[in-house]
Ligand binder design. Structure first.
Ligand code: HEC
Ligand code: HEC
Ligand code: HEC
Length: 132
């Protein structure tokens, strides 16, 4: 005869292992995500600042990117003057992704968490993942 106790214990352990990733993920879902900004370019900045404030960027980077695209493509405007007076080249690839060269740990972390999938990378070249 089989040892019922052992078989049941085995099944319980098996189920625990199989379902662990789900519980683990659910537990994590409440954690506030902190996208990583530790790229070589950002580490080298004297002031660790985005083109606009963090709060503005968090809430409005999609609109800003739309404005940048329209400015560049429709009006041939290639320079963005930020609210602090600093100028930036209008370029998703050469400006945003120069600093945020860790697309996976930065943009993608947030987007997969919120279920957003920008189609930009069908055409724009995503950065090579820079390793620290
Ligand atoms: C000069 C380097 C630099 C450039 C260029 C830059 N960023 Fe940033 N970005 C940063 C830094 C540094 C932070 C973190 C700011 C802070 O913590 O105050 C940041 C923060 C952000 C955030 C908010 C992250 C959060 O945790 O809420 C978003 C979104 C963002 N950037 C998107 C962009 C986009 C889109 C572009 C191009 C339009 C861009 N960045 C260009 C350096 C840069
Ligand atoms: C702090 C979290 C966060 C970070 C970091 C972040 N995003 Fe986003 N992004 C979002 C959220 C949330 C949305 C959806 C906003 C909405 O639907 O109103 C979004 C939407 C977008 C959209 C519009 C997509 C669409 O289908 O409407 C683009 C484009 C975009 N992000 C680009 C970027 C790029 C490029 C980076 C990295 C440089 C980045 N984002 C980093 C949170 C983030
Ligand atoms: C069908 C291809 C395609 C897709 C998809 C696409 N773009 Fe573009 N984008 C272009 C082309 C072509 C240009 C013009 C390049 C130039 O004139 O320098 C451009 C220019 C831009 C520019 C200004 C110049 C530059 O080099 O960055 C921005 C900003 C931009 N796109 C953002 C976005 C964002 C954000 C998304 C996703 C929401 C996106 N694009 C999706 C093709 C595309």
């Amino acid at each position: 005869m089989y040892d019922r106790g052992k078989v049941i214990a085995g099944i319980i352990i098996f189920l625990a292992l199989v379902t662990f990733p789900f519980f683990y993920k659910t537990g994590k879902a409440n954690v506030q995500i902190e996208p990583k900004i530790n790229t070589p370019v950002i580490e080298g900045l004297s002031e660790k600042k985005c083109v606009e404030s963090k709060e503005f960027m968090r809430a409005n980077h999609m609109q800003l990117l739309n404005e940048w695209r329209d400015a560049a493509v429709r009006d041939g405007q290639r320079t963005y003057v930020a609210s602090d007076g600093k100028s930036y080249a209008i370029s998703l690839q050469n400006t945003c992704m120069n600093c945020h060269s860790n697309k996976k740990e930065f943009c993608d972390t947030c987007h997969s968490y919120t279920g957003v999938k920008p189609y930009c990378w069908d055409c724009h070249i995503a950065p090579m993942e820079a390793k620290r």
